[in-house]
Design a protein around this ligand. Structure first.
Ligand code: PLP
Length: 427
């Protein structure tokens, strides 16, 4: 039982177990990654003790001289990384970043148009169980059943019909790039604000490996912990600030710029005090992401994803859209007679972690699903290359094709553990 006086062995023993789990298995959850030790060191620092409501230089608390510098460095590094002109690094998570944007731009009941969750979108883009779908009126676009691709003409038709106040692009399980030029042209026709949520591929975008949303989308949000490899958190960015399109004025009658509305959308709109320890960890991660090492990493993440997709296709698995432009892929397991649930639960027995995922037009429930999502950010951080991806797919296929054979699964688990012991994560 935990005590309040001594070391809390109950919790630290569990942390040690989780450390072991992360080191000994193959991690393929596309939204996960392994931060550096210095990112964790910053997050586990005395900064957790500090209140700092407000922004650098404009706080509601004393004693913020040091955290002001840290938060400003985080902002400056993020701006450099993405070529942004303005950034807020305070959102506690990706969902918080999106909620702050909604509060800044929308009124309750306004229409929004997002990518269908059941086709790879995210909860925060209008799902009825999320604030975005409860407080606003959501409409959705999706992928085509035959191609697995978004048809931009259909997005345009829906936008022109419904005339949403905000259009949202970005996804949690879409392996292809986005046509931001086209989306902006659609948004301009109806005077909608275009939000890009680049939580998943942010690291590849930062390194110019995918289309640049900042040039074309009014507002960009991202999490910091997926491909970006930072601490868990969110950020909001603008490249080109603009007067808010809905005529919200200050008490003096000035039209407020979007950056100022977004700052207020975060605090005091949807959050209290910023997590300065997390912001310091974000600053460290952004610094790392500015390095040439990270550029090599991002390039390898995509090479690995392409090698993995090719290996799956080679073994007769169906990848939605046929392949990947980014760090992840969505695999339809129905042709193999498997469900996502069975795949996830069987692979974990061999210490291989994936998540079950709905595929577009899925006939199974979200708790069962016909698919699984896999991504390469975490295993690329461990130094694995293209040939290793083929080996991982071999191991996964052995497990999936022998789901009832405990001895075979145990042998794969042994191989996974022996392999991972040779590529230690945190020395
Ligand atoms: N947006 C997208 C596209 C995501 O994939 C996610 C997380 O999976 C989020 C937002 C939410 O991020 P968080 O879990 O940090 O709230």
């Amino acid at each position: 039982v935990a005590t309040t006086t001594g070391r809390d062995t109950q919790i630290f023993d569990l942390i040690a177990k989780e450390h072991h789990r992360q080191e000994s298995g193959i991690e393929l959850i596309a939204s996960e990654n392994f931060t550096s030790k210095q990112v964790m060191e910053a997050q586990g620092s005395v900064l957790t003790n500090k209140y700092a409501e407000g922004l650098p230089g404009k706080r509601y608390y004393g004693g913020c001289e040091v955290v002001d510098q840290i938060e400003q460095i985080a902002i400056d590094r993020l701006k450099e990384l993405f070529g942004a002109s303005w950034a807020n690094v305070q959102p506690h998570s990706g969902a918080q970043a999106n909620t702050a944007v909604f509060l800044a731009c929308l009124q309750p009941g306004d229409k929004i148009l997002g990518f269908n969750l059941a086709h790879g979108g995210h909860l925060t883009h209008g799902s009825p169980v999320n604030i975005s779908g409860k407080y606003f009126q959501p409409f959705f676009y999706g992928v085509e059943q035959e191609t697995g691709l978004i048809d931009w003409d259909k997005v345009e038709a829906t936008a022109l019909k419904e005339r949403p106040k905000m259009m949202i692009c970005g996804a949690s399980a879409y392996s292809r790039d986005w046509d931001y030029v086209r989306l902006r042209a659609i948004a301009d026709q109806i005077g909608a604000v275009l939000l890009a949520d680049i939580s998943h591929p942010a690291g590849l975008i930062a390194k110019g490996l995918l289309n640049d949303p900042l040039e074309h989308c009014h507002i960009v949000t991202t999490t910091t912990h997926k491909t970006l490899r930072g601490p868990r958190g969110g950020v909001i960015m603008l490249r080109n600030d603009f007067p808010n399109p809905f005529g919200i004025t200050t008490p003096k009658g000035d039209i407020r710029m979007m950056s100022s509305l977004l700052d207020s959308g975060v605090f005091p709109g949807t959050q209290g005090g910023p997590l300065e320890h997390v912001i310091a960890a974000k600053a460290v991660a952004f610094g790392e992401a500015l390095s040439d090492d990270y550029t090599e990493y991002a390039v390898q993440v995509r090479k690995n994803a392409q090698a993995m997709a090719a290996a799956f296709v080679g073994k007769g698995y169906k990848i939605i859209s046929g392949g990947t432009d980014n760090h992840l892929m969505l695999i339809d397991l129905s042709s193999k007679g498997l469900t996502g649930k069975l795949a996830e639960n069987t692979l974990i027995k061999a210490d291989i972690t994936v998540n079950k995922n709905m595929v577009p037009f899925d006939t199974k429930s979200p708790m069962v699903t016909s698919g699984m999502r896999v991504g390469t950010p975490a295993m690329t951080t461990r130094g694995l290359k293209e040939a290793d991806m083929e080996r991982i797919v071999d191991l996964m296929d052995t497990v999936l094709m022998n789901a009832d054979n405990d001895a075979k699964i145990e042998a794969v688990k042994q191989e996974v553990n022996d392999w991972m012991a040779k590529v230690p994560l945190y020395l």
